[in-house]
Ligand binder design. Structure first.
Ligand SMILES: [Zn+2]
Length: 100
């Protein structure tokens, strides 16, 4: 079980990133965790990490990445990176490749 300290350290190290695609306004959230980067959808409550897959789906809670996104939004500590829509497909392809 990950504690509150993980969430705080992610937020304070600006580990929560919003990839914002223009002009469509599509948003892709990632959180840099201890080992690798995870892809999240805070609106759906989805995260690509193992904790989410094995624990959160069955308990209905939140993994610490999702908590970090919410905490970063509250504190305004989200690193926003802007992209053009033409980069969307290659961005997602690279992200998925990293995850697998
Ligand atoms: Zn997670």
């Amino acid at each position: 079980m990950k504690g509150r300290g993980d969430v705080d350290s992610i937020v304070s190290s600006m580990g929560v990133k919003l990839h914002y695609f223009e002009p469509s306004g599509r948003k892709v959230w990632t959180v840099v965790g201890k080992e690798n980067e995870h892809w999240l959808d805070p609106e759906l409550g989805f995260c690509s990490c193992e904790d989410y897959y094995y624990n959160v789906l069955s308990t209905g809670g939140k993994c610490y990445h999702l908590k970090a996104v919410l905490a970063a939004q509250e504190k305004g500590k989200v690193e926003t990176v802007k992209f053009s829509d033409s980069e969307f497909e290659s961005f997602i392809a690279a992200l998925v490749k990293d995850l697998i």
